[in-house]
Design a protein around this ligand. Structure first.
Ligand SMILES: Nc1ncnc2c1ncn2[C@@H]1O[C@H](COP(=O)(O)OP(=O)(O)O)[C@@H](O)[C@H]1O
Ligand SMILES: [Mg+2]
Length: 371
């Protein structure tokens, strides 16, 4: 029997539109001989809708409560008799699903919140669980763990909204230019290269719009190299690395998604076998360290002196037509469709493993039975 897969997209994050681009590719790559897809869109306001067909999805660039496609049906995730299902609020019918594939980037998708909901509803899901998602999303927590494990990453300091730090203090600490970025964000939203005291104030104000916690980071000069990791936490495999070749000052939102000439990608990256091996090893170690499961894209700066720094990790990387995660697997010999199949199988396997953990105290139950 075909497994029923809830493909969940949209969401409340600043990367809502990117998710819409990703979901179209994931839907098309899904092997329909093995899986039956159900499209579940989350609006920018946070409402959930069942989208009955791909034709409707194809026309959409975003989902907002005020301008819904006619076909969208309000829905909610429930669990009845231990079985997770989507309940259509107006039609008053429910349909069961076997697994969720959250194709949601950023806050409320990649940060452990929706993974918590899946766990509560007994719904298997693709990707990293609550803990790893939350740690991977928060750049400060991620960097603390990397540093603890001796994995090189840029020097930084944490800025809190209510405890301002002066430009000079940061400059003396990290040098100039430096980067500022919201600790929890993505797609370069709120990321700035700071070059002068004049710009700093407005750039910092912008970054604080997206998080109460902002990181200031030393500027790392080097190539931007990415690696795709696939597998459960005890058996991850790394793809061949790819490279982002910048034609702009840094890999900003515009360079990623708007300006066609902002950046180009090279997959696989032009690296020596030793460099590839080194980067793959660090990627796998990082995946294990940060409690990742299923998939994660690990992003590096390869410095001119050959040192590889971790920049960040993405537990639900992009699946847009320019996205590196599927491209890097293609270059490593795994087709898009095969990749999606494996991700779903890994999610099901993880659920089965988790289910072997006891949540009740057996010895006590036996004693109660004997009474
Ligand atoms: N410390 C840094 N040194 C040099 N470039 C940086 C640094 N931090 C970020 N960048 C640039 O900004 C881009 C986005 O930053 P990143 O930390 O990856 O945030 P996001 O999660 O939004 O993608 C990077 O791809 C890189 O081009
Ligand atoms: Mg990034």
């Amino acid at each position: 029997m075909k497994k029923k897969v809830a493909l969940i997209f949209g969401g409340r994050s600043s990367e809502h539109e990117i998710s819409l681009r990703s979901i179209k590719n994931v839907f098309e790559a899904l092997d329909k001989s093995l899986f039956e897809p159900f499209l579940i869109g989350i609006s920018k306001e946070g409402s959930w809708y069942h989208i009955p067909n791909f034709e409707t999805l194809k026309k959409m660039t975003g989902l907002s409560d005020a301008s819904l496609p006619r076909e969208a049906q309000p829905t909610t995730l429930i669990c009845q008799k231990g079985r997770p299902q989507f309940y259509l609020l107006e039609k008053q019918i429910a349909f069961e699903v076997d697994i969720a594939f959250p194709v949601l980037h950023g806050t409320f998708g990649e940060d452990g919140t929706i993974q918590g909901l899946f766990k509560m509803m007994n719904l298997p899901f693709v990707g990293t669980g609550v803990l790893g998602s939350a740690m991977g999303m928060d750049k400060e927590i991620m960097k603390r763990l990397l540093t603890y494990a001796g994995i090189p990453n840029a020097r930084y300091r944490v800025l809190h909204k209510n405890k301002p730090v002066s430009f000079d203090e940061i400059k003396n600490n990290l040098g100039l230019p430096f980067f500022i970025k919201p600790s929890n964000s993505g797609s370069s939203v709120g990321v700035h290269k700071v070059k002068s005291a004049e710009q700093f104030e407005s750039q910092l104000k912008d970054a604080f719009q997206y998080d109460e916690k902002v990181l200031a980071e030393e500027f790392v000069q080097g190539r931007e190299i990415e690696v795709a990791v696939l597998g459960l936490n005890d058996s991850p495999k790394a793809s061949l690395p790819g490279e982002i070749i910048l034609n702009s000052e840094f890999y900003s939102y515009e360079a990623k998604y708007i300006d066609e000439n902002g950046a180009s990608t090279q997959v696989p990256a032009n690296l020596s076998p030793e460099q590839v091996q080194n980067i793959q090893q660090i990627a796998v170690k990082t995946f294990e360290l940060l409690c990742c499961d299923g998939l994660t894209r690990i992003d590096f700066f390869l410095k001119n002196n050959g040192e590889a720094y971790i920049n960040e990790i993405n537990t639900i990387p992009g699946f847009t037509s320019i996205s590196m995660y599927p491209k890097m697997w293609e270059a490593t010999g795994k087709s898009y469709s095969q990749l999606i199949t494996e991700l779903i199988q890994l999610g099901l396997e993880k659920y089965q493993r988790d289910n072997q953990t006891l949540f009740n105290y057996l010895a006590l139950e036996n004693k109660l039975d004997q009474k």
